[in-house]
Ligand binder design. Sequence first.
Ligand code: ASP
Ligand code: MG
Length: 405
Amino acid sequence: MPLIVQKYGGTSVGNPERITNVAKRLLETQRAGNSVIAVVSAMSGVTDALIKLAREVSSKPTEREMDVLLSTGEQTAMALTAMAIQSMGGKAVSLTGAQAGIVTNGVHTKAKISNVTPDQIKKHLGEGAIVIVAGFQGETSEGDITTLGRGGSDLTAIALASAVDADACQIFTDVDGVYTCDPRVVPTARKIDTISYDEMLEMASSGSKVMQSRSVEFAKKFGVTFEVRSSFNNNPGTIVKEESAGMEQVAVRGVSVERNQAKVTVAQVPDKPGCAARLFTALADAHVMIDVIVQNVSASGTTDISFTMNRDELEKIGDLLDRVAKEIGAGGVSKQDGIAKLSVVGIGMRTHSGVAAKLFEALAKGGINIQMISTSEIKIAVIIEEEKIAEAAKLTHTAFGLDAA
Ligand code: ASP
Ligand code: MG
């Protein structure tokens, strides 16, 4: 009998009615002749509410207790889902991460899975039950509850699919799959049928986040093919899998946009070893996440260094950079928000030439100025004015022939 792992995210189990809908879908899947394992997230908003609650009793809750607390969100959802199935006359049993055999290291709040022993799952499946597993959690070999980082239910599903060697792994969410661009930005965006792990990872790191990146990395490492699809309809979704030769024929698979960025420039940095190190060590110590970095060609012994980051992190910098700039003998520091990043992603870029030229031409057509450029093997990203991002995305989407027919 085929074995299917289905994961339902927080919105899909967001209220009793939706849980009932998920229960129905699970029963239908089982009645179609499959063994079914379901992984559920906490009902939408619950994890955030628990975090808020913790802060109300303690300014610095320990990570161990945070894990104990947060794991309850998924446990609520799993029990309710099992009850809903039972009330429809089906057979279901819910299991915590620990009961499902998910063993992790001891890094609380972002634990790594070290192994999965799905004995209990197999036993219940053998007895004809639908097995509902709490996502996002595991336990250490000492028996402490751990969680796998925000969005970690995706990882639970992929890891289980790998451990039980499932015939299919379906990630049900509130969107129809992965799109060529955010349809709210580019209305002509299309659902992508098949995407490679690397493209999926690049799209996620460029702002099109559908799944937890760690789970995609895990799937890549263990060769787990999975599908991202909607829990609100029966449309086929996007298959995420190892790349194949045919996938390289398309130069650009998708366009990602990331708003809410800021650009910081440190002017006239002395052009000598150690200056960039001092600058970025200070930022790292302040836990500021840096994205694109550009250093200009040196002129008369100094150079300008610019970088981008999330605008919300700007306040973390405060006057830190002014101090470091002074220490290393640089000129001024300027900060600018209202910046956005547009990226084109595709493994076909490795074999197609002219991708950058085509992107820049599309932007030129709209009179859009490029402030910074960054590239990887399968991505070209540009930093532009935030106000122009929607227009830029539309022009780029059209230029690469991605518009729906
Ligand atoms: N409930 C957890 C979160 O909100 C895990 C998940 O939804 O995947 O991050
Ligand atoms: Mg999620």
